[in-house]
Design a protein around this ligand. Structure first.
Ligand SMILES: [Fe+2]
Ligand SMILES: [Fe+2]
Length: 144
């Protein structure tokens, strides 16, 4: 039996997927664009988190397809590449804040609608996003 999700929940999951695309591309471009003289630390962090966001996209997309959702092809918000390492990290903190705002609402709505798999997926991913936010904040402190 295919489980039904409300349009509100489907729209939120679609937005989550588009933001995972944004994160995975934006962070990977930050990995590529970080000036070498900044040292390997920020570059490594950007790459590691970019890969994590792509894995989130995969996991969410599989569940979303099972609910009959159509996959987004455009990152949303738009991908922005910072000019300095500090600006890059600030942009990435902002991207994580988007997830920290949206994902608890998805967890709550999925719970109300009895979609326990979606609820679990977003609970797990939310804890990753909290970790990403902490890592980027730490990296920012080191620069200032
Ligand atoms: Fe993510
Ligand atoms: Fe993240």
């Amino acid at each position: 039996m295919t489980q039904q999700a409300s349009k509100e929940l489907m729209d939120m999951i679609y937005q989550a997927l588009a933001s995972e695309l944004q994160g995975s591309i934006q962070y990977m471009w930050h990995h590529i664009a970080t000036p070498k003289e900044e040292g390997p630390e920020a570059r490594k962090l950007f790459r590691k988190v970019a890969m994590a966001e792509m894995e989130h996209a995969e996991e969410i997309a599989e569940a979303f397809r099972k609910l009959g959702g159509e996959l987004p092809t455009q990152p949303d918000p738009a991908v922005v590449v910072g000019k300095t390492t500090k600006e890059m990290i600030e942009l990435d903190v902002k991207a994580e804040e988007g997830a920290l705002e949206l994902y608890p609402r998805i967890v709550e709505t999925a719970g109300k609608e009895g979609l326990s798999r979606i609820q679990e997926i977003f609970e797990d991913i939310l804890s990753d996003e909290k970790e990403h936010h902490r890592s980027f904040m730490k990296a920012l402190e080191k620069l200032s």
